[in-house]
Design a protein around this ligand. Sequence first.
Ligand SMILES: Cc1cc2nc3c(=O)[nH]c(=O)nc-3n(C[C@H](O)[C@H](O)[C@H](O)COP(=O)(O)OP(=O)(O)OC[C@H]3O[C@@H](n4cnc5c(N)ncnc54)[C@H](O)[C@@H]3O)c2cc1C
Length: 409
Amino acid sequence: MNKVTTDVLIVGGGPAGMSAAVAASGNDDVRITVVDDNPRIGGQIWRAELGKLKSVEALELLALLDQQWITLVNNASVFSNDGSSVLAETPSGRIQIEYKSLILATGARERLLPFPGWTLPNVLGAAGLQALVKGGLDVQDKRIVVAGTGPLLLVAAEYLTSKGARIVAICEQTTNKKLDRFALGLWRSPSKIVQGISLRSKLRGIPYYRNAWVTKADLQSVTIQHFGQTTDIECDMFACGFHLVPNIELAQLLGCEVADGFVSVDDYQQTSISDVYCAGEPTSIGGVEAAVVEGKIAGFAATGQIIEANSLFRARKKTTAFAKALDQAFELRDELKTLAASSTIVCRCEDVQYGKLTDHDDFRMAKLQTRCGMGACQGRICGAAVEFLFGWKDRSVRPPIFPVKMENL
Ligand SMILES: Cc1cc2nc3c(=O)[nH]c(=O)nc-3n(C[C@H](O)[C@H](O)[C@H](O)COP(=O)(O)OP(=O)(O)OC[C@H]3O[C@@H](n4cnc5c(N)ncnc54)[C@H](O)[C@@H]3O)c2cc1C
């Protein structure tokens, strides 16, 4: 096993992790290591498209990372911890990384909810489909319905359109009232207004339904519920995502305090554990600006640059308010709890149907009796779904938090 020692270890190479690394490098005396499980740095939003980063902000950060001799370890999944070190699996085996300070910037994943047909081929997460296209999947001339909730639907639809797809409808589950209130609240963030207007203008002509949600999908069409009416929309692909779920498993494994599903942090992004910081989506779902500002604060604070960290508190106040507004605007409606039929699969790793779960009172019993959440993804997908459907919370995180080869355990 390889052993590496560093002063500041950053887990996650998205906007939060990259910003944290650059901020930390303001202190010349520290060695910084960034570990990410993807082949390239950039995280979800800046994920390199066929190997090429396109965002100017991302390219600038990458250039700074290069200049500062920050060690980047790609293709490495941190799966466990051991005192003041973590264990990561890489294609060439296991590495142990010892640190003095740790910054968790592990991002978020898409929330998927079960409905009849959600496991069929060509039914994908909205952001997931976008990621596949960035990786080379061809969607030229494909008719795609995009549905679910949150601003990512528009981002995904615009991206898919730019790659030649024909978006036949966008269906947003939230109400007119909540969407209007959200739009009005954007006056505090002019950049978001510009982004919103630009997205809507690129999507002009595509039917956008509010108060609309999927009830089932088959291989040729999806059925949408809209103001009490059901409508079938023909399509080749269905992209459906219900906002994001924070990746907090590593923080939980380390014993960091979690409240309402997010890692609790203080003003300096420090968690309940001394010298363990957290930034970006695990602390709140606030988009790229929030990830960048929190990453910087964490990077400065972890390396004793307190004045620099303090100077960003005002900027963070704005992004925190935006995250709260997102949460309220795109809260999931109760009707989505009734979509799954008894035979609808909820845990797709272990093929557990909805009807097999309704007899249980909590996730633990359901796990023991049905193996729900015990497959390869370890409940990363169905955990968020059962929390919404049944109110079950799963706090039992054990290593390895990702599946790893036996030889690396
Ligand atoms: C699939 C998806 C697509 C998205 N696309 C867009 C988009 O196009 N536009 C937009 O505005 N927003 C998008 N978002 C939202 C976006 O995630 C945030 O706006 C922003 O990127 C958050 O930055 P972050 O650094 O907090 O997290 P991320 O960008 O998610 O970065 C976290 C990184 O940590 C890595 N990681 C996590 N756990 C471990 C571990 N244990 N070991 C090693 N590495 C680990 C992850 O693989 C990831 O690379 C997307 C979100 C998702 C889930």
